[in-house]
Write a protein that binds this ligand. Structure first.
Ligand SMILES: Nc1ncnc2c1ncn2[C@@H]1O[C@H](COP(=O)(O)OP(=O)(O)O)[C@@H](O)[C@H]1O
Ligand SMILES: [Mg+2]
Length: 313
């Protein structure tokens, strides 16, 4: 932990590649035991930040402390304290599950006398007992990602960095992966995870949203929905929603209208005022009597809203 009691503390961190600034003065702090969601569109600087926090990439300026260690001054110390699951695949495809774990146990310098029992614990924890002799390349993506998490946990790190661990993973395996994250949390492990799935973001205790190298919002999921509410969202059932969306988008007070399934998803400035004129316009243009209901704001709405706005934090 840092002197202030944080597992991770980032202050005005910058990374430039030549003239390009990939990470632009970001600051945030992560409580011990948090499941910290690190969100933002592709190319906004998430992986670059994680690589700096893991002691793999030297910051241009600013500071970051992980488990109380300065990542620029003691990158090797940081590496011993953390587990890292990179976005790019790190396991050997032509080794079996057990061979991969044995290989990484060696990399992490786990004492020979401890290796077999630690590997057994990891196999049990990641529920891979039936797969130990399977070639890694033959595993489904979901199982492979569980193995990659297991490998990152071999040396019992207190902080783990998971960079898009569930990209391309089927929904059932995603749920299994998140129950593993839940078990880590119960053990007091701090997790920083990036994801593009908003249902996963909802499961985080805290979130930072980045855009173009900068932090655009931070807070617990409910807090983000309250503070960065993009206006009230209406769900509208009417005839021919594909055509109706263009009419809805032109109604004063409507910020955006799009089709979601058989309904229109309408983001407004002030729903109470917009709903009657929206219903009137849809009827006048031949889309029938619209049924309009307010919808709860989702993190998806917040995300889309913030993606359009200028960074200001
Ligand atoms: N080694 C590098 N050299 C030059 N540019 C890089 C390098 N690594 C990343 N970038 C650029 O930095 C930006 C942020 O990349 P990245 O951190 O991978 O984003 P994210 O993980 O959010 O998708 C991108 O524009 C990417 O092309
Ligand atoms: Mg990335």
């Amino acid at each position: 932990m840092t002197a202030d009691g944080y597992a991770i503390e980032v202050d005005q961190l910058v990374k430039r590649f030549g003239a390009f600034t990939a990470v632009d003065h970001i600051s945030f702090a992560v409580q011990p035991g948090a499941v910290f969601g690190f969100l933002g569109p592709n190319g906004c600087g998430k992986s670059t930040t994680i690589r700096m926090l893991c002691g793999l990439l030297m910051p241009t300026s600013g500071t970051a402390r992980v488990a109380g260690l300065d990542v620029a001054r003691d990158p090797e110390g940081v590496k011993r304290q953390i587990g890292y699951m990179s976005q790019r695949f790190s396991l050997y495809q032509d080794l079996t599950v057990r061979e991969n774990l044995e290989f990484y146990a060696g990399v992490y310098g786990i004492a020979r006398s401890r290796r077999a029992s630690r590997i057994s614990e990891i196999i049990e924890r990641t529920d891979m007992a039936g797969e130990t002799e399977t070639l890694t390349g033959a595993l489904s993506v979901g199982v492979r990602q569980r193995l990659a998490l297991g490998a990152a946990l071999l040396h019992s790190p207190g902080i783990v960095f998971l960079d898009e661990p569930t990209s391309g993973v089927d929904p059932i395996s995603r749920r299994r992966f998140w129950s593993l994250i839940g078990e880590l949390r119960a053990d007091g492990v701090t997790t920083l995870v990036t994801t593009h799935y908003m249902d996963e973001a909802e499961r985080c205790s805290d979130i930072v949203m980045m855009r173009a190298g900068r932090v655009v919002a931070r807070g617990a999921p409910d807090e983000l929905k309250r503070v960065h509410s993009p206006g009230l969202v209406l769900s509208v059932r009417c005839e021919r929603p594909q055509d109706a969306q263009h009419v809805a988008a032109k109604v004063p007070g409507v910020r955006a209208a799009s089709v979601r399934g058989h309904r229109l998803h309408v983001v407004t400035d002030e729903a109470a005022e917009v709903a009657p004129s929206l219903a009137e316009e849809l009827k006048a243009h031949g889309f029938g009597s619209a049924q309009i209901e307010p919808m709860p704001v989702t993190l998806d709405d917040v995300f889309v809203h913030l993606a359009r706005r200028e960074p200001d934090i």
